[in-house]
Each structure stands twice: as structure tokens, then as C-alpha cells.
Ligand binder design. Structure first.
Ligand SMILES: Nc1ncnc2c1ncn2[C@@H]1O[C@H](COP(=O)(O)OP(=O)(O)OP(=O)(O)O)[C@@H](O)[C@H]1O
Ligand SMILES: [Mg+2]
Length: 249
């Protein structure tokens, strides 16, 4: 089996057409010779749709509180919009992209975290569908929606999902592409390298806050479970000439 790279494409980048185009061109090209699984979020698209429907929603520890009305909108934005845009563009660039969500083929089973509403944490990943796609030369593009054991739809943080997928598929690399130049210190300079043991302090002293929290937790998890190379990287750099923060044991 070829080396696998799991890329989480931040929803935060969907407004950055230049970064998005560069990444999708690059990914389409690389996907002809290497295995890639793309996982994406969609924060801004979700916010824009929530506003259109006049639905209010808030965040707790970087995770969105999701009631039933918000969940509908989240699925519309992720599976209906962002997933379509990324898949279509990859196809235009010559990749055999297939857009799914974690729910499809019961690929991602999650457990509800009630304090966040209809939010789930992945507990089991069934490799079958994604394996079938990859073995046949398709590039899976996965929206961060999953279902619990009973099939109830849940919103899953895309960073957490990307880490779970990287672990399950024994990825060599996990890359979080986002709208900042990696993990920044308090002076807004990129921290080039972070050791796992330094992370607690960075969260405690609030260097790392909000949307960076699930990302860094995903890094720790995946490194501990065998992913060799883990990055939080600048969406503008793409994945070939990657720039940002590398997280190490
Ligand atoms: N130490 C830090 N360094 C850099 N960014 C940080 C830090 N702490 C918090 N952040 C915030 O994390 C954000 C990135 O996470 P965010 O969830 O907004 O984007 P994303 O995960 O790429 O997109 P999405 O959640 O839509 O998939 C940055 O834009 C920044 O505001
Ligand atoms: Mg995020």
C-alpha cells in the first residue's frame, strides 16, 4: 500500500480562493501517485447559512453547540455546499474525487456529547467504504458529519475526525491546513516545532485557544497512536512545500 496522507482542509480557508485553488490543484496532482484522504470543515459556510436562516449558535471550547435546527444547517453547509465545491474542483483538476460524509457507509460511528447538543465524538471507524474508494483510485473527500449507533446524525469536529481517520488508516502524515501560519506564540510568530509535553502549558496560558484546541488535541492523539508526521500548517503553503508548525513526540 502506498503512503497515506490525511489532510484536514479548514473551512476557514473556503473564503481564500487563492489558497483553495492552489491546494486543490496540488492535491489532484498528488492523488495520481499517492493515497490521500481529504477531510474538511466549513465554519464560515455554516455561519453564513445560519445567518440566512436567522438561527443563533454558540461555541464551547472551540466546539459548536448544535441544536436540531443548527444540525440541519450544518449538514446543508458541509455536505451540500463545501463538500460539493471541493469535490467538483478536484474533478475539474483531474482527480477521481468522491464526496461523502462520515455517515455514508456507516464509516464513522460516533457517541453523542450531550453538553454540545447533536455533536458526536468518533468511537469507531469502519474502513470498508473508504478502503474500497482508495483501492480503486478514488480520492475520498469527507464532510465532518457522522451518525451514532442508531443512525442519528451528529456534527463532528472536522479536526477530531481527521485525527481519528489518520489513526485508523495508519496514515504516514496528518496535515491540518488552516487560515493562520501554524500555531502562533503570543507575539504572533509561528512556533516552528512543538513537543507533545509542551502542549498543556500552551493551552493553560491561553496561547492556544478556540478552534486551535481540537486541532492540537488531534495532533497529540494521532502522534501517540503512531502517525509519523503531524503538521498544523498555513493554508497558503499547501502540502507540497509545507510551512507551519510540526508537532513532535
Ligand atoms: N496559538 C494560536 N495560533 C494560531 N491560531 C490560533 C491560536 N489559538 C487560537 N487560534 C485560532 O484558531 C483559528 C483556526 O481554527 P478555526 O477552527 O477557526 O479554523 P479551521 O479549523 O481551519 O476551520 P473549520 O473549523 O471551519 O474547519 C485561527 O484562525 C485562530 O483564530
Ligand atoms: Mg476548526
Amino acid at each position: 500500500m502506498k503512503h497515506l496522507t490525511v489532510v484536514k482542509f479548514g473551512g476557514s480557508l473556503t473564503a481564500n480562493i487563492q489558497a483553495q485553488d492552489k491546494f486543490l490543484k496540488e492535491t489532484a496532482k498528488i492523488s495520481r501517485t499517492q493515497n490521500i484522504i481529504l477531510v474538511h470543515g466549513g465554519g464560515p459556510e455554516i455561519n453564513a447559512l445560519l445567518e440566512k436562516f436567522s438561527i443563533k449558535s454558540g461555541f464551547v471550547d472551540g466546539l459548536r453547540f448544535t441544536d436540531a435546527a443548527t444540525l440541519d444547517v450544518v449538514e446543508m453547509a458541509l455536505s451540500g455546499k463545501v463538500n460539493r465545491i471541493l469535490t467538483t474542483s478536484l474533478i475539474k483538476n483531474g482527480a477521481n474525487a468522491v464526496g461523502i460524509s462520515g455517515k455514508d457507509g456507516r464509516s464513522v460511528i460516533c457517541k453523542q456529547i450531550k453538553k454540545f447538543g447533536f455533536v458526536g465524538e468518533p468511537t469507531r471507524i469502519d474502513k470498508k467504504l473508504i478502503d474500497i474508494l482508495m483501492r480503486n483510485g478514488f480520492l475520498p473527500v469527507i464532510a465532518s458529519i457522522a451518525a451514532d449507533v442508531k443512525g442519528n446524525v451528529m456534527n463532528v469536529n472536522a479536526d477530531t475526525l481527521a485525527a481519528s481517520i489518520a489513526i485508523t488508516f495508519k496514515a504516514r502524515r496528518l496535515i491540518f491546513l488552516t487560515d493562520v501560519a501554524g500555531v502562533l506564540d503570543k507575539n504572533k510568530n509561528t512556533i516552528k516545532e512543538i513537543r507533545v509535553k509542551e502542549i498543556k502549558t500552551l493551552i493553560k496560558d491561553q496561547t492556544i485557544i478556540g478552534g486551535m484546541i481540537p486541532k492540537i488535541k488531534g495532533c497529540v492523539n494521532s502522534i501517540k497512536k503512531g502517525v509519523k508526521e503531524v503538521w498544523i500548517a498555513d493554508g497558503m503553503s499547501g502540502i507540497q512545500d509545507i510551512k507551519g508548525t510540526v508537532i513532535k513526540v
